[in-house]
Design a protein around this ligand. Structure first.
Ligand code: MTE
Length: 334
């Protein structure tokens, strides 16, 4: 049964203005404090975007400045997921991103502000008892939010440690009530080429798709993220809803989700469609299994000059190795 509630976020313009001014100022501060990563990685086009922002020529954000769930933050931290590494600086995590919908470079945070976060619905369909379309605020308010500090290891060999806020994906699976024949969950990102310039590049197989087995999706570590650093998540990190599977390479952590489809067929992902020999379905982190074009033995934490050793399952072997018992000879590591 579709559940679409009246949009509580539809505040009058007068109420939105102070928050907009606040966010504009925050963006400027963030843009000005880019630091080392900006110096290393900024592409010329992205730098142009940054200067536009500093000069105020790309205009104010339109309609999505106030997050209607902001009162839920900060959520209580679940210390069961502590990480023995320093938390990455927020200004790095929010300015060095992979989000191909907004460009195939790292400086997309400015372009991603164009993504309108409300109204936003999430569809649950396929082999489930409870097909439904949920308003994002109804979904978030229906869950018990908690903060978890997770590692994130990109397949490109950089890494970060982020305090995400969200809820276990198992709770969404429970809501869906999959039929006994369902074996996988296929997840899909929004599709809006007018807003996301990358989606006008027709050689990519949009929309971005990822998949998990039901056992992976219901593993307690699998987290659906709504916030970061004690507040609602920013567009560039995948607002309003993204996945965190910290034992897998980062491309599995699909952003800005709009659909969960339960199926008995292994879904083909965005990256499997582009280069299936390099990016597989399971993509579990293993320092001993190199990417076909580079080593995965070590990684560079955001903001650090030093490389550190990469860990099997990105340090989460105790939690997830059991998912792959008997599958060691299959392609589970890249
Ligand atoms: N999700 C979508 N929809 N589009 C993307 O390009 N990039 C992935 C993942 N999720 C991506 C995505 C990759 S490669 C990584 S490493 C992480 O998002 C990066 O997350 P971050 O930008 O928050 O660090």
């Amino acid at each position: 049964m579709p559940i679409l509630s009246k949009p509580r976020w539809a505040l009058p313009e007068s109420a939105a203005t102070p928050e907009r001014l606040f966010r504009e100022r925050r963006s400027l501060i963030k843009a000005a404090g880019l630091g080392a990563i900006g110096a290393i990685a900024a592409a010329p086009a992205a730098q142009a975007g940054l200067f536009d922002r500093l000069l105020g020529t790309d205009g104010p954000k339109a309609d999505d400045e106030i997050d209607p769930t902001a009162d839920l933050y900060p959520a209580p931290r679940n210390d069961a997921y502590a990480v023995m590494r320093p938390i990455s600086k927020e200004e790095l995590v929010t300015t060095y991103n992979n989000f191909y919908e907004f460009g195939s470079h790292k400086r997309i945070f400015n372009a991603a502000q164009q993504l309108s976060l409300r109204p936003w619905t999430v569809k649950i369909d396929g082999m489930v008892e409870n097909e439904q379309t949920l308003d994002i605020d109804t979904l978030i308010r229906g869950m018990s939010l908690e903060e978890r500090v997770y590692r994130h290891r990109c397949v490109e060999a950089w890494s970060m440690v982020v305090p995400w806020t969200g809820f276990p994906m198992a709770d969404l699976v429970k809501l869906a009530a999959p039929l006994s024949g369902a074996r996988y969950v296929r997840m899909e990102t929004f599709l809006d080429p007018e807003v996301a310039s990358g989606q006008r590049q027709s050689w990519y197989p949009w929309p971005y798709v990822e998949g998990l087995t039901i056992e992976e999706a219901t593993n307690p570590l699998t987290f659906l993220v709504t916030g970061a650093y004690g507040k609602p998540m920013e567009e560039q990190n995948g607002a309003p809803l993204r996945l965190a599977t910290p034992w897998k390479y980062g491309f599995k952590s699909i952003k800005s989700l709009v659909r969960f489809t339960f199926t008995d067929e292994m879904p083909s992902s965005f990256w499997m469609d582009i280069a299936g020999s390099e990016y597989g379905f399971y993509a579990n982190v293993n320092p001993e299994v190199p990417h076909p074009r580079w080593s995965q033995a070590s990684e560079q934490p955001l903001g650090s000059e030093e490389r550190i050793p990469t860990l099997l399952y990105n340090g989460y072997a105790d939690e997830v190795a059991g998912l792959y018992t008997g599958m060691e000879n299959q392609r589970i590591y890249f």
